[in-house]
Design a protein around this ligand. Structure first.
Ligand code: HEM
Length: 160
């Protein structure tokens, strides 16, 4: 079975046909997708802004403990709804460059967050209440740019 066959099979699956044939299901899933990524990108933004020096009264560790669990939880909404939206038009989206770029940017954004937590955040207790190190600021800036790009690609899929 080739990749194209997998997308063909997905698009003709019971679930995909059901989503396509219902007038309300696709927009309803899209709304849940949007609510999910508002929580994801919103939490990432608040934390990134804190790393860049906004709201210094809140320690970086406290900010991380409060917002980042929400970012992780929201993935359980964003990914399944994204998958359902995808299967309903799998063949066209599998060759859509903007959709492909969006997925690559999501992977890079998650890798950026992972690298930040694996290295820079390890020593956060020593700088949590003072000036944020340059590596943390760089990770925050990259994260902001990546999530803005992911949202832009998501919105642009419909036009390409
Ligand atoms: C992780 C963060 C994500 C963000 C910030 C995001 C963002 C967006 C945005 C802004 C839209 C357009 C909504 C609209 O125009 O009404 C969208 C639609 C969509 N997303 Fe996502 N998305 C994410 C994850 C995913 C994932 C993981 C998938 C696939 C597995 C996915 C698949 C889709 C599909 C298929 C659409 C509909 C495209 C269309 O036909 O217009 N998304 N997303």
């Amino acid at each position: 079975m080739q990749y194209a066959d997998v997308f063909e099979w997905l698009e003709h699956s019971f679930l995909a046909v059901y989503i396509r044939q219902s007038p309300l299901l696709f927009p309803a899933i899209e709304i849940v997708h949007i609510v999910g990524f508002i929580v994801l990108v919103g939490s990432a933004f608040l934390f990134d802004l804190r790393l860049l020096g906004v709201a210094r009264k809140i320690s970086v560790v406290d900010a991380a403990n409060y917002v980042l669990p929400w970012a992780r939880r929201s993935l359980f909404i964003v990914v399944p709804t994204g998958f359902l939206l995808f299967i309903s038009q799998a063949k066209a989206l599998s060759t859509n460059g903007v959709f492909g770029l969006k997925l690559i940017l999501i992977i890079i954004a998650i890798a950026n967050a992972g690298i930040f937590h694996r290295f820079t955040f390890k020593s956060a207790s020593s700088w949590s209440n003072s000036e944020t190190p340059l590596a943390a600021k760089a990770a925050a800036l990259i994260s902001l740019l990546l999530w803005i790009s992911v949202i832009s690609c998501g919105r642009l899929i419909a036009y390409f």
